[in-house]
Design a protein around this ligand. Structure first.
Ligand code: KIV
Ligand code: ZN
Length: 385
């Protein structure tokens, strides 16, 4: 079974979420939790971006014991020097250098010819590799890059010493089938005597970041990049917790798994939500409040008989104690009686029809029925919305 390396960029790409700015102390606290979760590599920031970004990467590098720490650098010598200095004290330092390779980025943003971009990749990856053993290279906007030029850019980076090749879907443009084809093409054609590891890095503009990441893993990627809760620039990045749980549940299909301690998933998601100020949507996969809640009568009855009827993920797997059966107008008698028992309210069979009818009448008026509502209903009172 392949173990996929998990590369977390919550503190770098995640911090590019509009309105999000972590303090250094918050970054260190998140990094510690990511290490506890079992993340393989943390991209702790973009050290050349500001003194605080540098300081956060430096402190995280000094703090972590098991997890590797990397810093982002443009293909610019001063950026690389800054990133090397920031991760210098890490137990397992890495460097991540990038430059755009798509026609639109080269022409309008970089104002460089394709040959100049190739020369820059060669020079900067070599420069980084002379200073740090493990270098990742990213051809930014890879999914809108001409395939032949992408192959040349990646081969140049590999020849210059890169070990990891990250293929960013910078603008969330690709589809699972197309992205898998890019990975297969690179894996089949890149020549190296060293083992080269490829990784997806997906943005969610078309809502396919997680699906695209999984397609790349299926196509042979050995590392995956993303953020906690999928926070990030625009529509965000691929949500690592979703990828990890998908691999766990569908290990049979992906023939790969994550190194994560999945029972720390909810704690990690809650910490990032608290410090980022970005609430987790209730219906979010894996960590949303409703992910383990069943409201309709048919589902509640099924879950009470055997949870697997409507749950493919156990709440315990991701660190929640139990599922919930919120009572509402679609709830059935089985869930209602279960609630009475949980609340320790004694009832006898002759009363149940009358109590259930009162509950249904109340549920028609009130969206969510609380425990206090149930107590009031049994004692003959009702609580207004
Ligand atoms: O999305 C992107 O292209 C990036 C690169 C810097 C890797 O975040
Ligand atoms: Zn990105």
């Amino acid at each position: 079974m392949r173990k996929i390396e998990f590369f977390d960029t919550t503190l770098r790409d995640g911090e590019q979420t509009p309105g999000v700015s972590f303090s250094i102390a918050e970054k260190v606290a998140i990094a510690k939790q990511l290490e506890k979760w079992g993340i393989s590599v943390i991209e702790a920031g973009f050290p050349a971006a500001s003194p605080d970004s540098f300081e956060a990467v430096r402190q995280i590098s000094e703090t972590l014991q098991k997890t590797a720490v990397t810093g982002l650098a443009r293909c610019v010598i001063s950026d690389i020097d800054c990133a090397v200095e920031a991760v210098r004290k890490a137990k397992h330092p890495q460097i991540h250098v990038f430059i755009a390779t798509s026609p639109i980025h080269m022409e309008y943003k970089l104002k460089m010819t394709p040959d100049e971009v190739l020369e820059t990749i060669n020079k900067c990856v070599k420069y980084a590799r002379e200073r740090i053993e493990i270098v990742e290279f990213s051809p930014e906007d890879a999914t809108r890059t001409e395939p032949d030029f992408l192959l040349k850019a990646v081969q140049t980076a590999v020849d210059a010493g890169a070990t990891y090749i990250n293929i960013p879907d910078t603008v969330g443009y690709t589809t699972p089938e197309e992205y898998a084809k890019i990975f297969k093409m690179l894996i089949e054609n890149i020549k190296s005597e060293r083992k080269i590891i490829f990784s997806p890095h997906c943005h969610d503009d078309l809502g396919m970041a997680v699906a695209n990441s999984l397609a790349a893993i299926k196509a042979g990627a050995g590392r995956v990049e993303g953020t906690v809760n999928g926070i990030g620039e625009r529509a965000g990045n691929a949500a690592l917790e979703e990828i990890a749980v998908a691999l766990h549940i569908r290990e049979d299909f992906y023939e790969a798994n994550s190194p994560l301690q999945l029972s720390e998933t909810v704690n990690t998601a809650a910490l990032v939500s608290q410090f980022s100020g970005i609430a987790i949507p209730k219906n979010k996969a894996v960590v949303g409040k409703n992910a383990f809640a069943h409201e309709s009568g048919i589902h509640q009855d099924g879950v009470l008989k055997n949870a697997q009827t409507y749950e493919i993920i156990t709440p315990e797997l991701v660190g929640i104690f139990h599922n919930s059966l919120p009572l509402g107008k679609l709830s059935g008698r089985h869930a209602f009686m279960n609630k009475l028992s949980t609340l320790g309210i004694p009832y006898d069979d002759s009363e149940i029809n009358e109590l259930f009818a009162r509950f249904k009448a109340l549920a028609d008026k009130k969206k969510e029925i609380t425990d206090a509502d149930i107590h009031a209903l049994v004692s003959g009172h009702t609580i207004k919305n």
